[in-house]
Design a protein around this ligand. Structure first.
Ligand code: ME8
Length: 664
């Protein structure tokens, strides 16, 4: 069996992750887990794209250096992946030396081979957006601004064009840049894609790329003058230039495999998942870079569709995003993972609505599979002393249930090979529904009443086995819930054998709370789409001002609930931590608390914590403590810690929760 390598795009660190980013990453994680479960050697890569104008501008807006910004922002992706139970093998950041070194070596190699050349680059430059636009883009924006048709020729004949982003004036600018001879690879690209049809999926997307390649392919500008864009990897042979985003970004998929050398075996056995927005880059650009470098293109690039909100692509720039943390809080990480994969065929667009989520959650998870697993342990608890019963004589109904198990697991397997999660889950649900029907038709309660314990044992055993099969296959989609249910059946790991005879008779099973609780309405926190209440009056800070030293044995003053309620506590994710420049005892933390900007918190914990160990930890923050300057740095809140003045431990939630969650 060849090894399996799965990748996600590396996400821009200009903003926080949303459901769209979670989608690709959950899909990659499900595939990686599936192949690992089947014993295949697997490598799963994700990461962050940290260079370029977008990141530079986002950092400038917040008064940070781009590196500081990237250091802070990539932690948000890692924190979300932890909450979503994403088991990646490596997380690459394009600012890491292992990556920049590889990109520079590759650029030098292509330069030495004569694949790169310098030439003038012209376009409509917008000073406000700090970028070039094409004739067509500016003509379209100008036409809207003027309310009359505008052609590219008009722009070159005196009609003043405007920037599609800001509406400000654009100017025709020419600068020298470095180009990659992409046009030389046009025929080879067409031949490769035609001879390896599954290298771009789904088929409609492959046809789109072939359609794109029917027009003459231009060479690709791969640089920007450092004077205009400083935040990038310098060209080793022309240090006044940096390489422009795509050459840098795409290369991550192989730069991450360079060390240790054993990783090289994963290339080109790669399945690269991308949104359809970046398919041309991942095929036309990427494959031709690889051809030039003498590297075989990846086995498959799979482009999925978009999550939409009222018909528009969910994106931070439109402002119509759903925050994954809020969905996880309301429903659980596994419910979100399941919904993303079950709701829409991989490749198609899908409208994200709270109504659809609630409906699917209740029908598929709370009702179908939740009920099934609940009944599989409640009935043995009531009637069989909570152990796995032995199988007796098999009836036609039992054999039919076994046949469904074989069919359903085959369907799951076949569809996972095709990267069709929805169809795979629908296949498995045939077994889940058959399991529930089997309980209804076999009526174990009646068998118990009649005292037919042998048949009762056989029926309940079959039900338990169906649960074992279903949750084992689901372990790649709902890993947390699967583990919990399998644990109730006394199993340490998933078992994909579809034969309904794998549990050990006499083994203890345990019955616990329903695994997916039914919800009657969309959770309140999602209706407003703002899980964080308005900030309380700052005057309440007095309630948490440091108290006078306690007098030994003095009775503790009691307070009313209202007094306590004045203290506003929230969870916070530590994005960065460093030593206070002027005080050995203090650390300065940057903590994401669900507000627009992270808060700076100065804490007296330097004696017990190294700054690095705090990054990525969730802490409890007193939000409405009056800001105070501590040795010159303003602290915008306080951390809770145990141990009094000799801090023993900071407080952190027992289970992962989203930053900004209210603590009471
Ligand atoms: O494009 N629906 O990064 P990015 C589905 N850094 N998926 C979505 C989505 C939506 N509404 N919005 C985003 C970049 N995605 C580059 C990639 S790779 C060498 C460099 C997902 O932060 C989808 O996978 O804009 C999309 O391709 C990716 O996020 C874009 O993330």
């Amino acid at each position: 069996m060849p090894p399996f390598y799965v990748t996600t795009p590396i996400y821009y660190v200009n903003d926080a992750p949303h459901i769209g980013h979670a989608y690709t990453t959950v899909a990659a994680d499900a595939l990686a887990r599936w192949h690992r479960l089947n014993g295949r050697e697997t490598f799963f890569l994700t990461g962050t794209d940290e260079h370029g104008q977008k990141v530079q501008r986002a950092a400038e807006k917040l008064g940070r250096t781009p590196q500081e910004h990237a250091d802070l922002m990539h932690v948000r992706f890692k924190a979300l992946w932890e909450r979503l139970d994403i088991q990646y093998d490596d997380f690459i950041r394009t600012t890491e030396p292992r990556h920049t070194r590889f990109v520079q070596d590759l650029l030098q190699k292509l330069h030495d081979q004569g694949e790169l050349y310098q030439a003038p680059y012209s376009g409509w430059y917008s000073t406000s957006a700090e970028r070039f636009w094409s004739d067509e883009e500016v003509a379209a924006a100008t036409a809207i601004a003027l309310g009359k048709p505008v052609t590219p020729a008009d722009l070159h004949n005196g009609v003043a064009g405007v920037c599609p982003d800001s509406g400000a004036a654009v100017e025709w600018l020419t600068e020298h840049n470095w180009f990659f001879r992409m046009s030389a690879y046009q025929d080879r690209l067409v031949a490769h894609i035609t001879e390896n049809p599954s290298c771009i999926m789904p088929e409609t997307r492959r046809n789109e790329v072939l359609g794109y390649l029917r027009k003459p392919l231009a060479d690709l500008c791969i640089s920007r003058p450092k004077a205009r864009l400083a935040w990038g990897i310098p060209l080793p042979f022309a240090p006044d230039y940096v390489t422009y985003v795509w050459f840098d970004a795409l290369t991550n998929y192989v730069s991450a495999l360079q060390e240790p050398p054993a990783r090289l075996a994963f290339w080109p056995e790669a399945l690269q998942l991308v949104g359809k927005d970046i398919l041309t880059f991942h095929t036309v650009y990427w494959f031709s870079f690889l051809f030039a470098a003498g590297i075989t293109p990846p086995k498959q690039v799979y482009a999925h569709g978009w999550w939409l909100m009222t018909g528009k692509k969910m994106s931070k720039s439109v402002g119509n995003v759903i925050k994954p943390d809020a969905m996880i809080d309301a429903y659980s990480a596994d419910a979100l993972r399941y919904f993303l994969l079950a709701a829409v065929p991989f490749g198609a667009d899908g409208e994200f609505t709270q109504e659809a989520f609630l409906h699917r959650y209740n029908s598929d998870l709370a009702n179908d599979i939740g009920n099934l697993s609940h009944r599989a342990t409640s009935m043995p608890e009531k009637w069989l002393g909570s152990v796995v019963p032995a199988v007796g004589v098999q009836t036609d109904e039992d054999l039919e249930l076994q046949a469904v198990a074989l069919r359903a697991t085959d369907a799951f397997r076949a569809n996972m090979e095709l990267v069709q999660f929805k169809a795979a889950l629908e296949g498995l649900w045939e077994l889940v529904r058959a399991g529930n029907k089997y309980i209804d038709s076999q009526a174990p309660w009646a068998l118990n009443k009649r005292g037919d314990m042998e048949r009762l044992g056989t029926v309940l055993r079959n039900v338990m086995e169906v649960v074992r099969v279903a949750y084992s296959y689901l372990a790649c989609v709902t890993p947390g819930k699967s583990k919990e249910v399998l644990d109730r059946l006394g199993m340490a790991a998933p078992d994909l054998d579809p034969n309904l005879n794998r549990l050990t008779p006499g083994h203890a099973v345990s019955h616990r709370d329903p695994i997916f609780l039914r919800l009657d309405a969309i959770p309140e926190s999602l209706v407003s789409n703002d899980p964080v209440p308005a900030a309380p009056p700052v005057a309440a800070a007095a309630a948490v001002a440091p108290a006078a030293p306690a007098v030994e044995a003095a009775p503790v003053a009691q307070i009313e609930y209202d007094d306590f309620a004045k203290v506003q506590l929230r969870t916070g994710l530590v994005l960065a931590a460093e030593k206070h420049p002027k005080a050995d005892r203090l650390l300065v933390l940057s903590v994401e608390v669900g507000e627009e900007k992270p808060r700076t918190i100065v804490a007296g914990i330097a004696a017990v914590y190294e700054p690095a160990e705090l990054v990525g930890k969730t802490v409890i923050v007193v939000m409405n403590l009056k800001p105070a300057k501590l040795r010159g740095i303003e602290s915008q809140g306080m951390l809770l810690a145990a141990g009094g003045s000799d801090v023993a431990s900071i407080l952190t939630p027992y289970r992962p929760v989203a930053p900004g969650s209210v603590v009471k």
